[in-house]
Design a protein around this ligand. Sequence first.
Ligand SMILES: [Zn+2]
Length: 324
Amino acid sequence: MTGSPETLVIGIDLGGSKMAAGLVDGRLAIIESLEVRTPIESQESLIAGILSLVRGLVSRAPAPVSAAGFGIPSMIDQVRGRAVMSVNIPLADFDFVRHISGELGLPVFIDNDANVAALAEATAGAAAGAREVIMITLGTGIGGGIITGGEVYRGATGSAAELGHMVIDVNGPRCQGACENYGCFETMASGTALARYAAIYAEKEPDSALGKAAAAGMMLDGRLVCRLARQGDPAALKVMDLIGFYLGVGITNLVNIFNPEVLVVGGGLMGAGGLILDPAKKILAQRGLRPNRDVVRVTAAGFGPEAGVIGAACLALRELKKGR
Ligand SMILES: [Zn+2]
């Protein structure tokens, strides 16, 4: 429990395609929830959408709401409460906390979406009770969150834990979006990487199920490759092994540096489960430093898509408690 059970907060998960909000109590139970398409036409339409979503939930609350927490896919400046830069939503150099809090008449707390997911896992998910936790989320990119001493590690201004941009292969492909680097973790072990490896193996092994799927014009995404791998297709299995290998290399770096109790892996690509996590654990066992590699528990996330709402609510409840 992160607050008194009757405390009500709103947790908002601001995604590139949809925004989800939940009215959450101090036991982290979701009492009401709403989900709408994210208005990405402009910053103004996005802000208007956010305000109407939160007001919609406030109006349904059986008692006064104490605060709103937001998980935002942006680089955050915690000192000034600003969303500095975003990739998938039109939010840049925006005084988020001041503006949204003023409009709603509520205390507002913000953090990066991967940080709030980590907070959810460390509070009530796969790492519940642990104080040293690393979380990585595998999707189109790789998000990261670090919990140390039971608190989110934010760095000097709030934009730490960009674990997806740790370099795994200096000669690797150019990174995505605003990152100028090469061979970042997220270019080597994300859903984007998986699609690239799948195309390579489909061409190398045209007689495999993966090769035939490519020839039939099917999209070689995580879901398809995962299904073919489960059916035993050797080419699809090689793709999963390769993702697992690079995931293992990245996890080994993180475990050596941070000595976490638990390392949680979440995100859409974790639908593949052991297909990528088992080879990753093997790399950690072979290459990690002792005692770190022996201490850490590497596990799949406990929360699914609701992690964002729960995590944002956790953020609000924790910050309220600190303010008391
Ligand atoms: Zn990068």
